[in-house]
Design a protein around this ligand. Structure first.
Ligand SMILES: *[C@@H]1O[C@H](CO)[C@@H](O)[C@H](O)[C@H]1NC(C)=O
Ligand SMILES: *[C@@H]1O[C@H](CO)[C@@H](O)[C@H](O)[C@H]1NC(C)=O
Ligand SMILES: *[C@@H]1O[C@H](CO)[C@@H](O)[C@H](O)[C@H]1NC(C)=O
Ligand SMILES: *[C@@H]1O[C@H](CO)[C@@H](O)[C@H](O)[C@H]1NC(C)=O
Ligand SMILES: *[C@@H]1O[C@H](CO)[C@@H](O)[C@H](O)[C@H]1NC(C)=O
Length: 504
């Protein structure tokens, strides 16, 4: 059923054929799942409920590329000058966006809900960041926005007698941001080293869903095309390593090249025929495999849709739940021993992290497929988890909200969370306990990661498994392999039109 006879096609004609195929497929509506987020209503305050605790999990702001586009050296590390200079640093736009997000959070938590005092109180807030410059600086910028203009001289910063007039940045309130080392940070880094996760991902790769996906003729053709153009082996796991720096360069092209050259001039092979959209789409699908949600029925008797989220987001869930319990224990009775000092006045706990962190957490909650707009997790995208107490009945509940981008409102997504009712605006705290029972690691992460899924024996082949790397996410710093592929070998094979099956 091939519509082409490859031997008679010269290379140009093959590309035309490929692009025809890509263009036809791309014109189909691929984003049915994204309709929901855009249609969601903004949050409405319920005056019967008192907000008692809030957690924020956000992505850092706009940044420099993490590395060059594989096989292309146009924009090396020293081309990136902002945010301290070099790869991966937060840009001034990223700082501004987090500052504005901080102002938005102030509007919610100080003005609208009176959760926080109008001036900085060290006992009320705790800010944690991954140990990356861009997430740390995002957090500084965010709290700077949150408390901008609220500072009191002699309280929040030194008076003029101590610092010569005008030298202290006007109104600047230093606010601590805590961090932990990368290797132990399973709250911020779903991709921290974990043998068990590698084993589970190898299992995903052996699944019919994954094999059908990578062997889909259209996907395979695009990977072959991009491999040929970059001279590297582009796979669904590492396509982000190529696509992500192009995205960052695109956003900063006028600074990177002051001649007015456009990004399309640098990568004409990429900016053609919906290749950018396809690359995004393939990368997002790769995220779903990585997060365990593309194999809802499990693989070889292992429920990867539980086991993988447990590793990638279980530790964050555990932290979230213990914070909620800690705060509520003190609220119930601040003199009992289960009320720890740290929680006595805690109102707000924020985590400054990465797109992979948000994707993993939203996947665990079961909301990812409904609320992530096309293009993945935007810079400064934020998930909020809020605990309420009914003013009369004292009944406790929670809300989950998502802020997809600077352009979007903070929208409630509670009804999409596993176990929550689609008919209620809030969800019972018992659902949080259910999630913890199912997804929180029973042990510490080191123990979990050293627990083999099958005692180290591959159930398919019976051989001892040699774990492969789990896939890079959009922010992976994993270098792609440089082995050249015989790129056109697939193109000379049969083209099979398979556009009638939408994959999501
Ligand atoms: C962050 O800062 C450190 C020095 O504090 C530097 O070595 C590193 O290259 C910077 N960039 C990233 C992405 O961590
Ligand atoms: C890409 O394809 C062209 C045309 O067939 C071929 O000449 C070239 O060697 C390929 N490049 C790589 C890196 O595979
Ligand atoms: C900027 O773009 C022009 C035109 O494409 C090119 O000649 C020049 O080398 C580029 N400069 C840098 C610094 O990339
Ligand atoms: C709080 O706990 C203390 C110590 O157990 C107890 O004496 C006190 O009555 C409790 N207060 C309330 C309001 O329950
Ligand atoms: C970011 O958010 C906007 C608005 O919700 C959305 O249209 C866009 O696709 C998102 N993704 C990216 C990568 O910009």
């Amino acid at each position: 059923n091939s519509i082409f006879s490859p031997p008679s096609l010269n290379p140009t004609m093959r590309w035309i054929a490929l692009f025809g195929l890509v263009a036809t497929a791309s014109s189909l509506p691929r984003s049915v799942r994204n309709a929901n987020y855009a249609a969601l209503a903004a949050d409405v305050k319920d005056d019967d409920l008192e907000l008692v605790f809030a957690t924020a999990l956000w992505r850092h702001g706009d940044r420099a590329a993490d590395h060059a586009v594989p096989g292309r050296e146009q924009f090396p590390e020293d081309a990136w000058t902002f945010g301290g200079g070099g790869y991966g640093e937060l840009s001034p736009e990223g700082m501004a966006a987090h500052f504005n997000l901080g102002k938005r959070l102030r509007a919610r938590y100080m003005d609208k809900y009176s959760l926080l005092s109008p001036t900085y109180n060290a006992k009320e807030i705790y800010i944690r960041s991954t140990d990356y410059n861009r997430t740390l600086i995002s957090a500084y910028a965010n709290v700077a926005g949150m408390y901008a203009g609220t500072g009191v001289t002699g309280q929040n910063f030194p008076a003029a007698e101590l610092i010569p007039d005008g030298e202290w940045p006007v109104g600047y309130i230093p606010i601590p941001v805590h961090t932990v080392p990368y290797s132990t940070d399973f709250v911020g880094h779903p991709d921290s080293t974990c043998a068990r996760q590698d084993e589970l991902y190898a299992l995903v790769q052996s699944s019919a869903e994954y094999q059908n996906y990578i062997n889909d003729p259209q996907i395979a053709q695009i990977l072959v095309y991009l491999s040929n153009m970059t001279g590297t082996d582009v796979t669904i796991e590492n396509i982000g390593v190529m696509q992500d720096p192009i995205y960052c360069e695109q956003r900063h092209i006028t600074e990177l090249n002051e001649t007015g050259a456009t990004i399309e001039q640098f990568y004409p092979w990429f900016f053609t025929n919906d290749i950018p959209e396809w690359a995004d789409w393939i990368d997002e699908k790769a995220d779903d495999f990585a997060d365990g949600i593309a194999n809802p029925a499990g693989v070889n008797g292992i429920d990867v849709s539980v086991e993988i989220p447990k590793i990638r987001a279980g530790d964050s869930l555990k932290l979230l739940s213990s914070n909620v319990k800690g705060v509520l224990a003190c609220r119930d009775n601040s003199t009992i021993s289960s009320c720890r000092k740290f929680y006595e006045n805690l109102k707000y706990y924020a985590i400054s992290a990465h797109d992979s962190t948000l994707l993993a957490f939203l996947s665990l909650l079961g909301v990812k497929q409904y609320i992530i707009p096309a293009g993945g997790v935007n810079y400064t995208a934020t998930m909020l988890f809020e605990v309420y107490e009914h003013k009369e009945t004292a009944e406790r509940s929670f809300k989950v909200l998502y802020h997809a981008s600077e352009k979007d409102d903070i929208k409630p997504i509670t009804s999409f969370v596993r176990g929550c009712s689609p008919l209620e605006n809030v969800c019972s705290l018992s659902v949080l306990d259910d999630l913890v029972a199912k997804y929180a690691p029973e042990t510490d992460m080191a123990t979990l990661c050293n627990t083999p899924v099958f005692g180290g024996v591959d159930p398919v082949t019976g051989t001892v498994t040699s774990p492969t790397n789990s896939p890079g996410t959009t922010e992976s710093t994993m270098p792609p392999t440089t082995s050249a592929v015989s790129a056109l070998s697939l193109l000379s094979g049969a083209f099979v039109i398979a556009i009638s099956t939408l994959r999501c």
